[in-house]
Design a protein. Structure first.
Length: 296
């Protein structure tokens, strides 16, 4: 029993005529008749009774017709679903984004375009620091991540450079630094700093500390925050100053003044898109393709 034979049988049953069904399915009448006979032989029972005005279904034919319609509908649904999966029109994608970059216009544009273009994909976005993102990518519990990496070469991962950030200084608006901005990091030697712990974003932390070592600068850390948003909240509360990625400007926070220092602008902070090399999800690769249009 073939799908072709079943579809021919349904056409005959619905038109009540071999000749009408022949025109509907665009098959010569003798060939259609032969296929119906082969189907009857395969099933071991008659499905049609011929009469002067056409054909009518036998009891077995009526039973087969109900099942045949459902079977053909199921085949159509399966074909449509598999085609949509293959094109990435449906499915699921999970994306991690560093907390700082959730408000960056280009990242927001990427999320919006993907949602608009692929509305039937289950699109999950998780605010995660670079360290947890990298762990989840390697564990295969995250499809892609927008994060800081020290280089493009990451075992088991594909990477794409999105943009280059640099560092900047964040001070409370009420501090004396707001009225008289420093010109060099050395002026901040005796200033209280709010800092992040290394374990939550090792690549970012190590890159910043290596830059400071080259400048012979060591911040006097008195407070720690779990992420940049927490750190900036503590700065706004007057607990100290902080050095954060320039992308932090995209998240407007009252009580803070951002400042560019030449010594901080020379520390490149590359932002990457990363995903597992073995992940062949079309929905994921549609997301990767959109980054070219958004980030250029």
């Amino acid at each position: 029993m073939e799908f072709r034979q079943i579809s021919y049988f349904v056409a005959v049953a619905e038109t009540g005529s071999i000749s009408a069904a022949s025109r509907q399915v665009h098959v010569a009448q003798p060939a259609l008749t032969r296929q119906i006979r082969l189907l009857e032989e395969d099933l071991g029972t008659r499905l049609l009774e011929r009469h002067a005005r056409g054909v009518r279904l036998t009891i077995a034919g009526k039973a087969l017709y109900d099942d045949a319609v459902q079977l053909l509908d199921s085949r159509t649904r399966i074909r449509t679903r598999l085609s949509s999966l293959g094109q990435g029109l449906i499915g699921k994608v999970s994306l991690g984004v560093t907390v700082t970059h959730l408000w960056v216009p280009a990242v927001a544009e990427l999320l919006r375009r993907y949602r608009d273009r692929y509305p039937h994909v289950a699109f999950e976005v998780f605010p995660l620091l670079s360290g947890p993102q990298l762990e989840r990518l390697r564990e295969d519990s995250l499809d892609a991540g927008i994060l800081y990496l020290d280089s493009a070469e990451q075992p088991g991962l594909e990477t794409r450079l999105l943009q280059q950030d640099h560092l900047m200084l964040a001070v409370p608006e009420t501090s004396h630094w707001s009225a008289a901005p420093p010109h060099r990091l050395a002026e901040l030697t005796d200033t209280d700093f709010v800092w992040g712990v290394r374990s939550i974003s090792p690549v970012y932390y190590d890159r910043v500390m290596a830059h400071f070592a080259r400048l012979n600068f060591a911040p006097r850390v008195v407070q720690y925050g779990a992420d940049n948003i927490t750190i900036l909240s503590m700065v706004a509360a007057g607990l100290g100053v902080a050095i954060v990625p320039s992308a932090s400007r995209a998240h407007l926070m009252p009580g803070i003044r951002f400042m560019d220092l030449p010594e901080l602008q020379t520390c490149d902070m590359p932002l990457w898109l990363a995903w597992r090399s073995s992940n062949d999800s079309p929905a994921l690769h549609n997301l990767v393709g959109l980054t070219d249009a958004v980030f250029g």
